[in-house]
Ligand binder design. Structure first.
Ligand code: PLP
Length: 294
């Protein structure tokens, strides 16, 4: 079983070519307060993060998560992260991940108000138990995201493709889904285009073709979706990024919410309409996602 671990990181410049960043790390008590009360991450949600799955001590898809961290930093005008430094921080945390499933979070905040530099830290903890959603599936409702599909290009300051710390809206959507008797939600644009779930990507199956909305539609490009598409292609299936209308959701032969720690949760109902669910196929996806992946 993983133990909890936390590391404060003094962020190095991206062009710092040091090979050993040990003196930029401070191990802290994961149960004790560690942040300045003027932190902009806590005051405004002004920062970015990554949640990385860990299975039996193997950190999954580190490279894809670091690439997305750098992409989010760029979208948010944060200094480019030094990826060698983050890799070393992850390696330090790996020693504490133990057996079973865990989650490593990387957080890069704008820093303290009027402060000179960003604040960065990493935590590692046991993962929540997702065995029921993976095997029994989940019921979802579609929720209006309140933006049309032109918003990402018209209003880049909405930071729609960045994994920012501002998840209050996403959490509100999950609460609304629960109020409606479902487990989770799928966001749909005001012009009827399927986007993503509040904390997951959406993958749909049409025959032997698997599709997901294109990242340019103002969604996060999921590392799990990317990895699953590689796997599906190896198994001989076609995979595509596509504009999917909300009305065609119900025509899918299968649908999943996928993300780094939950892995693949098959959807069993959309807005109260039952969906077909191939439990054996979903189990094969989760078996792949639980195998060591880089
Ligand atoms: N979309 C959103 C909004 C998310 O928060 C997440 C993950 O938390 C994802 C998609 C899936 O991303 P990943 O597969 O990299 O975990």
């Amino acid at each position: 079983m993983a133990s909890r671990f936390a590391l404060m990181i003094d962020p190095a410049a991206s062009d710092d070519l040091r090979t050993d960043f040990a003196d930029s790390f401070t191990v802290v008590d994961p149960t004790a307060p560690a942040l300045n009360v003027s932190e902009l991450s806590t005051q405004r949600g002004d920062g970015i993060f990554e949640s990385i799955g860990v299975v039996e001590g193997h950190v999954q898809e580190t490279r894809a998560h670091l690439a997305r961290l750098a992409h989010s930093a760029q979208l948010c005008d944060l200094p480019a992260p030094n990826l060698a430094q983050w890799r070393q921080a992850i390696a330090l945390a790996t020693a504490h991940t133990g057996s079973g499933e865990g989650v490593i979070k990387l957080i890069l905040s704008r820093g303290v108000e009027h402060g000179p530099a960003p604040t960065a830290w990493l935590t590692s903890a046991p993962a929540p138990d997702f065995s029921a959603p993976r095997t029994r599936g989940i019921r979802v409702v579609t929720l209006d995201r309140g933006i049309d599909s032109g918003a990402p290009s018209r209003a880049p300051w909405l930071l729609l493709g960045a994994k920012t710390l501002s998840y209050a809206v996403n959490m509100a959507a999950i609460r609304e889904a629960k109020r409606r008797g479902a487990d989770d939600a799928i966001f749909v644009s005001s012009d009827d285009v399927v986007l993503e779930a509040p904390t997951a990507s959406v993958i749909l199956r049409f025959g032997d073709r698997f599709v997901t909305p294109a990242p340019a539609s103002g969604i996060l490009h999921g590392t799990t979706q990317l990895s699953l598409f590689e796997h599906l292609a190896e198994r001989g299936f076609a995979t595509d990024y596509e504009t999917v209308s909300a009305s065609s959701l119900r025509q899918a032969d299968g649908a999943w919410l996928v993300s780094s720690v939950r892995l693949a949760a098959p959807i069993t109902a959309i807005d109260g309409d039952e969906m077909s669910h191939d439990a054996e196929f979903s189990a094969s996806l989760n078996q792949y996602l639980l195998s060591p992946r880089d």
